[in-house]
Design a protein around this ligand. Sequence first.
Ligand SMILES: C[S@@+](CC[C@H](N)C(=O)[O-])C[C@H]1O[C@@H](n2cnc3c(N)ncnc32)[C@H](O)[C@@H]1O
Length: 210
Amino acid sequence: MNEMEAYIEALFPPDEDLARVLESIRAKGMPEISVPTGYGRLLTLLVQMSGAKELLEIGALGGYSGICLARGLGVGGSLTSLELLQEYADTAKENLEAAGLGSRVSHLVGDAGESLERLTSEGRRYDFFFIDADKGGYVRYLDAAIGLANPGAVIVADNTLLRGRVADLQRSGPSVLAMREFNERVASDRRLTGTLLPAYDGLAVVRVNP
Ligand SMILES: C[S@@+](CC[C@H](N)C(=O)[O-])C[C@H]1O[C@@H](n2cnc3c(N)ncnc32)[C@H](O)[C@@H]1O
């Protein structure tokens, strides 16, 4: 986190539900890679402002972003969260329950690519997507999200800068190449209106054109 990000984060009052998530992640030795506070707040705002009702998250971890997404829901909406590992999905579920949001979320455990194929074959539709799982899968997840999107749906994705590696032309590893392709799609796919925010590790914010 840079100085400006730290300054902004210090303005936010303590949040006991989100603090509980971070504590459970530390206690279980899970990776400390939840979405940063400023982007968590943005997720809540974007769900609220878009009026999205059906939300799909790819990558649950301990439920930090899940809480932020579910907090933005109005009456009657729900969050479906895809997670590779049972232990992480269980932790996320516990933390959503502790935050009073357990009835708004269901977790699907397994590879997100396979879960997305299943949701597609079931004819599901979503208003809001948050992509935050394996970086090599982002282009596939973007295509699946476009296929599952209601007109005007919002797609948000974290870590689009890969700590600056995407902009370093000396780098050409598989995650970097995949994320460059994802970012190019966000910028120029004619079915989308999108931009990339450069704070923290980068965030894509996209609308699927109606
Ligand atoms: C960056 S963490 C998610 C953080 C979470 N969105 C948050 O901010 O609270 C990435 C998560 O994606 C999961 N993941 C990685 N590969 C996956 C895959 N192929 N399918 C589903 N989940 C995957 C990891 O197990 C991990 O929990």
